[in-house]
Ligand binder design. Structure first.
Ligand code: ADP
Length: 236
């Protein structure tokens, strides 16, 4: 018998309202979405449509106004801030458009950072960071500082850092936004090959059509709602 797909993220009736002076801004106006373990989902939409708000709520960086977010079976909207931080560190990885590397640290130190935060001893985290650098093809650049690397290399360091804790879920915000098309393809090939192998759930915000081709489902957001879903082969 085939295994039933397991839900990684279940979102129901999600709303987020910001009050700006006398006005209420409905950044999210009711989102329902289920994402399965190992699924790759692309979120697109115009500027101001609610993409970042949705990603921030899933990351537990903000509290919803209404609705539920169940991740790996846990209600993150019911957690305290410190519970959310712990949950995030244990289960989630993040890849950013502008890499967010620490300029004063070497490649190896940047990659090892999530383990340093967890209190893993130096030797152990350096060994693990080297393994990750090998995985992303940068083991010969361990001593370089971010400014001594190309954009594509910096993003590969960002990926190595995001996956060093082997998170079940990775969120990426325009990960290829600062890269040319050839480098973007290399970065997406790398990310998706690792995540398929690891059965990682991958949620990527991008307006780049080429990025959506790597995913199983593309979701378009407009005015705080999901307005379109394209699945599977239709994306390729
Ligand atoms: P996107 O990421 O698609 O560009 P956002 O999620 O950033 O969109 O924003 C959705 C809407 O919510 C926009 O109208 C934006 O101005 C508003 N918004 C986002 N964050 C805030 C905030 N902190 N305070 C007030 N309004 C906000």
């Amino acid at each position: 018998m085939e295994d039933q797909p397991q839900e990684a993220i279940q979102i129901t009736g999600l709303t987020k309202q910001y009050n700006v002076g006398e006005n209420a801004v409905h950044a999210l106006a009711g989102v329902d979405l289920t994402i399965f373990q190992g699924e790759f989902v692309c979120i697109s939409g115009r500027s101001g449509s609610g993409k970042s708000t949705l990603l921030n709520l899933i990351a537990g960086l903000e509290q919803p106004t209404e609705g539920k977010i169940v991740m790996l079976g846990k209600h993150i909207e019911r957690m305290t801030e410190s519970q959310r931080i712990r949950f995030r560190r244990k289960n989630m990885g993040f890849v950013f458009q502008s890499y967010n590397l620490m300029p004063q640290y070497t490649t190896l130190e940047n990659v090892a950072l999530p383990l340093a935060i967890r209190g893993i001893p130096f030797k152990e985290r350096a060994k693990k960071a080297m393994e990750m650098l090998e995985l992303v093809g940068l083991s010969s650049h361990e001593k370089h500082k971010p400014t001594e690397l190309s954009g594509g290399q910096q993003q590969r360091v960002g990926i190595a850092r995001a996956i060093i804790t082997r998170p079940r879920i990775v969120l990426a915000d325009e990960p290829t936004g600062n890269l040319d098309s050839k480098t973007s393809a290399e970065v997406m090939d790398l990310l998706t090959s690792i995540f398929r192998k690891w059965n990682t759930t991958f949620l990527v915000v991008s307006h780049d059509k080429d990025v959506s081709h790597y995913t199983d489902r593309a979701i378009e957001v407009s005015d705080g709602r999901i307005c379109k879903i394209v699945e599977g082969d239709a994306l390729k």
